[in-house]
Design a protein around this ligand. Structure first.
Ligand code: FMN
Length: 307
């Protein structure tokens, strides 16, 4: 069973992924956060990310298209860098995206889904996968699309069993996922709320034919989660802390090399702590370190939190 690191915009950029690979393991695939067309073109920032990632092993660029023309433009550009597997995002719930008929917004328009996905057959040397939610407002959008999706040459289908309206909150609809599991003939990857070894074990035992699982926030919170599942649950707290300290040091060094000024670097480093946790750390220190306004103070707080 494969374990994939979910793309998280603003977190799992090239620098983060490279540092992660250096200090933590257990992952089969990584994805770039989605790349899309804005006013007829792809942002330079996104192209730089594609360029930086070309030597990363098992990195899957993710694209998001609202129509066939956008899909072709994105696929052709991504393939120019040499990538051979591309993931298509039909799951993003942000209103600005769904309002433009992209991400999970497209799921309520089956004819648009077909317009976009029919195009993948034009690219014979490339492989595609798809990442979706259950639907836009209704859980039944995906279910109704399954007979069509089953006809596509997709490498896998990753399902996050929430609707776009739920964003990232509320319960995941496991019963609805079970229906998809029953009627999909595509290799399936489950994604959503896997925060602990027990969560992973439960999903794997309830759905034994999964091709894999995808984890996002659980790995940002505990970068050892995949290793804990694969090699044993005993988090060696000393080892965990040492590795997080090194990981943090590497991120600081790499972001300092590309971001301008202490303020920007500090903001990027503080954003790590939206998710990253020391299971034995003091919550009050965590709150304080997120509010520090100078790098020396911040580093002092991090040392204190990871003590
Ligand atoms: C801040 C944020 C940014 C995200 N960016 C992306 C993205 O670029 N592409 C994507 O497919 N999913 C994105 N996601 C969704 C995650 O990949 C994943 O599907 C979701 O967080 C549920 O999995 P988890 O519970 O393991 O985190 C994002 C989620 C969050 C919270």
């Amino acid at each position: 069973m494969e374990i994939h690191f979910a793309p998280i915009q603003g977190h799992t950029d090239t620098i983060y992924r490279e540092a992660f690979r250096k200090f933590f393991g257990g992952l089969d695939s990584f994805y770039t956060p989605f790349i899309r067309v804005e006013r007829g073109a792809i942002r330079n920032k996104d192209l730089r990310e594609l360029e930086n990632g070309v030597n990363e092993q098992n990195l899957v660029p993710q694209i998001m298209a609202g129509n066939a023309q956008e899909l072709r433009l994105l696929v052709e550009r991504v393939a120019e860098y040499g990538y051979r597997h591309i993931d298509i995002n039909m799951g993003c719930p942000f209103p600005m995206i769904t309002g433009a008929g992209k991400g999970a917004g497209i799921l309520a328009k089956p004819e648009k889904v077909k317009e976009v996905l029919d195009c993948i057959k034009e690219f014979s040397g490339l492989e595609f996968s798809l990442k979706v939610r259950l639907g836009y407002e209704s859980c039944s959008n995906l279910f109704e699309l399954i007979p069509y999706l089953n006809t596509l040459p997709l490498r896998h289908l990753t399902v996050h069993p929430r609707t776009a309206k739920q964003q990232y909150k509320g319960e995941v609809h496991i019963d609805e996922f079970a229906k998809i599991y029953e009627c999909s003939t595509l290799p399936l990857i489950y994604n959503g709320d896997l925060k602990s070894v027990a969560d992973i074990a439960r999903i794997v035992s309830d759905f034994p034919n999964l091709k894999g699982i995808m984890i996002g926030r659980g790995l940002l919170e505990n970068p050892m989660l995949a290793e804990n599942y694969l090699f044993g649950d005993e988090v060696q707290s000393a080892d965990f802390k040492q590795r997080v300290v090194k990981f943090h040091g590497e991120l600081l060094e790499r972001y300092s090399g590309v971001l301008q000024g202490e303020h920007q670097i500090l903001k990027r480093m503080q954003s790590l702590w939206e998710y990253l946790r020391n299971p034995n750390g003091d919550e009050r220190i965590l709150k304080k370190l997120k509010k520090c306004t100078s790098m020396p103070k911040y580093l002092g707080m991090v040392a204190e939190y990871l003590k």
